[in-house]
Design a protein around this ligand. Structure first.
Ligand SMILES: O=P(O)(O)OC[C@H]1O[C@H](OP(=O)(O)OP(=O)(O)O)[C@H](O)[C@@H]1O
Ligand code: HPA
Length: 219
């Protein structure tokens, strides 16, 4: 798949007003607008699942979920790949799953210190075709560290699916995943498991947090 195959959300994109969608009451005052509604996210993931299914063919795959932010994308993506497994009589992808917990953000900034907090032993990835499933590539530090870590365990291959990649104003995009849902503007987004100090993971849509939200939940 070409690495530039993603939906680009422009800097002057037209956001969706909060009042046109259902937002939990406890977040109503903390969000600026909706950038990506849940339904659009689902539709895009359906296509990513098809691309992955067609590329992998019937090779066994180990899908690695990067917790916590990746958990919703991971479950929705795998649901859609396994639906293809059921409906395509001739081809199916055998899948095993692993989890890695990484953490580096405090408030809306990367600390630069990528901590592996827990998860499965990476030694089980030896000789496997690995699909890393991540929610967002922002500075790219997490992915760079993770890929270096994975290589130490001699997987047969590593591909990366990230739902979002951020266009940062302070640096060009240096790393592009094999599969990407959306390239987004340089705004701090929350929802669909993306958090601000652990809040907003329980919001379905991907939204831009406002100053009130940052202040209310800051550490
Ligand atoms: O490209 P980067 O600037 O490194 O940012 C991306 C990472 O930041 C977030 O993780 P976080 O450390 O917030 O942990 P979380 O997944 O538990 O929210 C996100 O889930 C990515 O893993
Ligand atoms: O914009 C973001 N939102 C939530 N978590 C993140 N981790 C890196 N960038 C982001």
């Amino acid at each position: 798949m070409p690495t530039d195959s993603y939906i680009k959300v422009n800097d002057d994109y037209i956001s969706y007003p909060l009042e046109h969608f259902c937002i939990p009451k406890h977040y109503e005052d903390d969000l600026e607008a909706i950038m990506l509604p849940w339904g659009l996210i689902q539709d895009r993931i359906e296509r990513l699942a098809r691309d992955i299914f067609q590329d992998v063919k019937d090779q066994p795959l180990t899908a690695v979920c990067i917790l916590k932010g990746g958990y919703r994308f991971f479950t929705d993506l795998l649901d859609k790949v396994t639906a293809l497994n059921r409906s395509h009589g001739q081809v199916s992808v055998p899948i095993t799953i692993d989890f890695i917990r990484l953490k580096s953000y405090s408030n809306d900034s990367s600390t630069g210190d990528i901590e592996v907090i827990g998860g499965d032993s990476l030694s089980s990835l030896k000789g496997r075709n690995v699909l890393v499933v991540e929610d967002i590539i922002d500075t790219g530090r997490t992915m760079t560290s993770l890929l270096a870590l994975l290589q130490k365990h001699n997987p047969a291959s590593v591909r990366v699916a990230s739902l979002l990649i951020k266009r940062r104003s302070d640096q060009p995009i240096r790393y592009r995943p094999d599969y990407c849902g959306f390239e987004i503007p340089d705004r701090f987004v929350v929802g669909y498991a993306l958090d601000y100090n652990e809040y907003f993971r329980d919001l379905n849509h991907i939204c831009v947090i406002n100053d009130n939200g940052k202040e209310k939940y800051k550490q």
